[in-house]
Design a protein around this ligand. Structure first.
Ligand code: CP
Length: 306
């Protein structure tokens, strides 16, 4: 079994069989992560560069660990310590890195479309680790893996993505992936943060958070991205927290046994209270653990294609 493409640029148009294969392969790699020696020789001899033009904690460390667990040679590129600071262009940077014979590139960039551009100027397998407000496919895959692990399936599961949908690459990748896998997807947030075309994606828009809690099996709570000027879309953080913040009182009021996901990093006391972020309904750190297994699966499946 192999994936249908050479790259993972997004979840848009990724076939159900590919998603199934990645999620099933990740189960095997999760078992490797529980062993005393957490390493397999699968990608020995392969060189993978992690090209992060934007800050990251989870995704960068998770990819690096996944590469090391698969015995690949992992290289980390950091913009601040590179010759980009001397004015070297993106294309020249990539050409020079490729001249050193790398096999795969994991890229995060603030501009949407950079992973696709990379496929046009390089021969490496390209994996999108988040491009602007476009897509973040491995986050969606690890979210789907975590939901399936907890609830046993994705088909028919009702998932609501809460927060700034319009500016979220996590939301878009989750919508595409979950819809392909047969989940029922809705979004909830201030109307200024919900794209007008959202229902064309087969996604229901809900503007009342209590209704969203009542109707769904899973809430995937997005971070309010203060660095992307999220504050311009609602009057105050206090007001956002009051109308859309997920608190213990709100969950108790709705008497709902619901699964809470958050891709991180968390703004405690804004989109999620500390009681919920550390409480019994959430699987936030399970998502982080599963991220390594899912990224091992993606790297393995792309790195061992003929
Ligand atoms: N979830 C996520 O992408 O986190 P980082 O920005 O820390 O990688």
């Amino acid at each position: 079994m192999s994936l249908s493409g050479r790259h993972l640029l997004g979840m848009y148009n990724v076939p159900k069989n590919d998603i199934q294969l990645i999620l099933d392969t990740a189960i095997t790699f999760k078992e490797v992560l529980d062993r005393p020696i957490k390493r397999v020789p699968t990608l020995q001899g392969k060189t993978i560069v992690n090209l992060f033009y934007e800050n990251s904690t989870r995704t960068r460390i998770s990819f690096e660990l996944a590469e090391k667990r698969l015995s690949a040679d992992a290289l980390n590129f950091s913009v601040s310590t590179s010759s980009v600071s001397k004015g070297e262009s993106f294309k020249d940077t990539i050409k020079n890195i490729e001249a050193m014979k790398v096999d795969m590139i994991v890229v995060r960039h603030a501009a949407a479309g950079v992973p696709y551009y990379l496929t046009q100027i390089s021969d490496s397998n390209v994996i999108n680790a988040g491009d602007g407000i476009h897509e973040h496919p491995t986050q969606a895959l690890l979210d789907m893996y975590s939901i399936r692990e907890k609830l046993g399936k994705l088909e028919g599961i009702k998932v609501c993505i809460v927060g700034d949908i319009a500016h979220s690459r996590v939301a878009l990748s989750n919508i595409y992936g979950l819809k392909t896998m047969g989940a029922e997807v809705s979004v909830c947030g201030p109307s200024t943060m919900i794209p007008k075309f959202i229902e064309e994606l087969g996604v229901k828009a809900i503007h009342n958070i209590d209704e969203a809690i009542q109707e769904n099996d899973v809430l995937n709570i997005l971070r309010i991205q203060l660095e992307r000027k999220a504050r311009e879309y609602f009057p105050s953080i206090r007001e956002y927290q009051r109308y859309f913040g997920i608190t213990e009182a709100r969950l108790n009021k709705n008497g709902k046994d619901i699964l809470i996901l958050h891709p991180g990093p968390i703004n405690r006391g804004v989109e999620i209270s500390s009681e919920v972020a550390d409480g019994p309904y959430q699987i936030i750190l399970n998502q982080v653990t599963n991220g390594v297994a899912v990224r091992m699966a993606v790297l393995y499946l792309l790195g061992t294609q003929n």
